[in-house]
Design a protein around this ligand. Structure first.
Ligand code: ZN
Length: 338
């Protein structure tokens, strides 16, 4: 009950990349960069273990961004043809590479860091990949001329990657789909089917993470426009509950998501976001326990995992790991109280 895990990314040390920014430039290059990525991966796992996290991740230390990391080894994506686009329904601008030809995975993209991560820990290991809808929302299309077709082409490549990760001994494969909170009807129409395609044939645990984004300025401003009650999950949870995905990771702490929406996931393990990633202020264990106790009114406690609201890549190292310690202590407290 209340096993602890994280949504995915953690801050990178300054000897690896510029701290506290998204799409952080690498500090090194060539072989020293590869060495630093592997060291940072192992270190982040050890620090998660020390903090008391049960299901650890590679902390996404070896990729510049949760979407573009996977794209780096995909034929058909041209990183030299970047287009400034308003992504997530024009919430913020990003320089997006262009798809210029049929998509093909050149190699097992995340093999190196997954191997390091697996060798570093005996605990359960989670590995994150971008979901198909979020992937195509972070790209310019100069080839397919059809968003859905492009999403399914990516789903096929993600499935190849996920199968390789499973073979390597990863316990949980999580697809990140923040776009599911933006394109509500499309999520039900083809987003969930594309996600299932990406997870097809996997025997390991599968998860989907759906959030309101990193704690960056543009997201904070967007959240202010969503009103007092954030009901986006209401549209998508029923479709996800019918899907073959095992776990759903959602935002809870300091959000305006009505907690009763968790009732819409009666067949899933629910990863309850008990850590706010938009603030550097570290939660107390009592605050974490209160979020978990609230969630257990709507979800059987055996089906709850204690998690962060989103990735922590843009935060400071001190706050991020402080929050992970609070998460573990809070989960222990909630277990005792129940
Ligand atoms: Zn997120």
């Amino acid at each position: 009950m209340f096993e602890t895990t994280i949504a995915g990314s953690l801050p990178k040390p300054s000897w690896l990349a510029t701290p506290n920014v998204l799409w952080a430039p690498w500090t090194l290059s060539g072989a020293p960069l590869q060495e630093a990525k592997e060291d940072a991966t192992a270190l982040s796992i050890k620090r998660q273990e020390e903090a008391g996290i049960d299901i650890v991740s590679d902390g996404e230390q070896a990729r510049q961004h949760f979407v573009h990391g996977f794209l780096a080894e995909i034929d058909g994506v041209d990183f030299d043809r970047k287009v400034r686009m308003g992504i997530r329904n024009k919430r913020y601008d990003a320089d997006c590479p262009t798809v210029t030809a049929a998509l093909k995975r050149r190699k097992f993209v995340h093999e190196k860091e997954a191997r390091v991560a697996r060798a570093t820990t005996a605990r359960k290991l989670k590995f994150t990949l971008p979901g198909p809808m979020t992937l195509i929302d972070t790209l310019a299309d100069g080839y397919y001329g059809d968003r859905v077709k492009m999403a399914f082409a990516f789903a096929e490549l993600l499935n190849q990657e996920a199968r390789d990760l499973e073979k390597l001994g990863v316990d949980v494969i999580q697809f990140d789909e923040p776009a599911f909170n933006v394109y509500l009807d499309e999520t039900v129409e083809w987003g969930v089917p594309a996600l299932e395609k990406a997870a097809e044939g996997l025997k390991c645990t599968t998860a989907v993470h759906i959030c309101y984004g990193y704690g960056i300025e543009a997201n904070i401003r967007w959240k202010e426009t969503l009103g007092e009650s954030w009901r986006q999950y209401e549209n998508t949870f029923p479709a996800l509950d019918r899907s073959r995905i095992d776990q759903v990771s959602l935002e809870c702490r300091q959000s305006h998501v009505p907690p009763e929406l968790m009732r819409l996931l009666p067949n899933k393990t629910v990863l309850v976001g008990a850590i706010d990633v938009a603030s550097e202020k570290v939660e107390t264990p009592e605050e974490v326990a209160a979020t978990l106790t609230l969630a257990s009114k709507y979800v059987a406690p055996e089906r709850i995992q204690a998690c962060t609201n989103c990735g922590m890549a843009p935060m400071t190292l001190g706050a991020a790991y402080g929050k992970l310690r609070a998460l573990a202590k809070g989960a222990a407290l909630a277990r005792k109280q129940l």
